[in-house]
Design a protein. Structure first.
Length: 357
């Protein structure tokens, strides 16, 4: 086995690659990359046994001449490499010269980021994959550091759609978009909150708060339609890479991500799993502590810890409620995209062409 140093970032990622056969050679089924002690990366994959090559580049879908060999003809199912740079790595894993897959870290390793994730890599029902490095979802970007600015500058993000209210943006402004001279879309509105607002006014138990959150999610597809319409129009117009965010990056942004993945043909179970990932990415205990001093949360900051928890959770039941509401009102997600967001068939075809491989 031959190992070659490569530019990478400190990150933990677990990535699944679809198995296939091409030319009689079985492709990699799963691969995982984990940072170990001393900055080394442990890369493992299955099935092991056949020779595997791993390449790296600072951009996804790079041509062969822009890829660097990381591991050559490995047969034991694992490799260890020490990073040498700070660029985001995109890995190309191939079994014995057969079909390969591009993979990258899902959660960006930002010092001040909150739930900043890449939507790439997910498989569609028809066997395609969402391209890496094209669409990013996030929570507030107010905590991004100068080092984060430098890291993000390499991603080529053209536009940011901020789904927060004017009050939230004033309390936690996004200074990165101005520093980076990136197109920045916002809108001024007040969230109705539905049953959630009533619960806040009269007090509620944790279970009642969960029910209120579920009810709120049923309203999000319509309440946030102006923002979701803007995101889809920009994506269909080729304004890619694009990032969108809300405060925690799980409710308004989480629903937007779910709609995008569904529009691309990603199965519901995968869409719901991506939504639920916020539970693993965010430190909700820390967020609850920080919320006590957060102007952005307003009255939410005064809630007891057990009542606040359902508000911060990314319970799959929430996003399922949003999808159930869409299907009850519109019949399907594609119909919602067409009738509520104004996404044409031609735009949807272009969206899939630009974002799938």
């Amino acid at each position: 086995m031959r190992k070659i140093g490569f530019p990478a970032t400190a990150v933990l990622l677990a990535l699944a690659l679809a198995s296939c056969k091409e030319g009689g050679v079985a492709a990699i089924d799963q691969v995982a990359v984990e940072r170990g002690e001393g900055g080394a990366y442990a890369i493992s994959w299955s099935p092991a046994g056949g020779p595997v090559d791993i390449y790296v580049s600072d951009r996804a879908n790079a041509p062969k001449e822009a890829m660097r060999l990381l591991v050559d003809d490995d047969t034991d199912g694992k490799a260890s490499v020490t990073p040498e740079g700070k660029d985001r790595p995109y890995f190309y894993v191939t079994a014995d010269g057969g079909a390969g897959r591009w993979v990258a870290e899902r959660v960006l390793p930002l010092e001040g980021g909150r739930n900043f994730r890449d939507l790439g890599g997910y498989a569609t029902a028809d066997g395609k994959r969402v391209k890496w490095g094209k669409v990013f979802r996030s929570g507030t970007m107010a905590g991004l550091t100068p080092a984060d600015y430098q890291y993000l500058s390499k991603l080529g993000i053209k536009s940011v759609c901020d789904l927060r209210t004017k009050h939230e943006r004033s309390a936690e402004p996004n200074k990165w978009v101005e520093a980076a001279n990136i197109a920045y879309w916002t809108r001024d509105y007040d969230m109705s909150g539905g049953d959630l607002g009533a619960m806040l006014r009269k007090g509620a138990t944790a279970e009642q708060m969960k029910q209120a959150m579920t009810a709120m999610y049923r309203e999000l597809p319509v309440e946030q339609a102006p923002a979701y319409r803007e995101i889809f129009q920009r994506l269909a117009g080729g304004e890619i890479p694009l990032a969108f965010n809300c405060s925690a990056g799980k409710d308004r942004a989480g629903t937007a991500a779910a709609l995008i993945l569904s529009a691309l043909g990603v199965p519901d179970e995968t869409v719901f799993a991506d939504y639920a990932m916020s539970e693993k990415v965010l430190d909700f205990g820390k967020m609850m502590d920080e919320s006590k001093n957060s102007e952005a949360l307003g009255p939410l900051a005064k809630l007891p810890r057990d009542v606040l928890q359902p508000l911060l959770a990314s319970d799959p039941d929430y996003i399922k409620a949003a999808f159930a509401s869409i299907r009850e009102k519109y019949g399907s997600v594609p119909s919602y995209l067409r009738d509520e967001l104004g996404v044409t068939d031609a735009q949807l075809t272009k969206l899939r062409s630009d974002l799938l491989e």
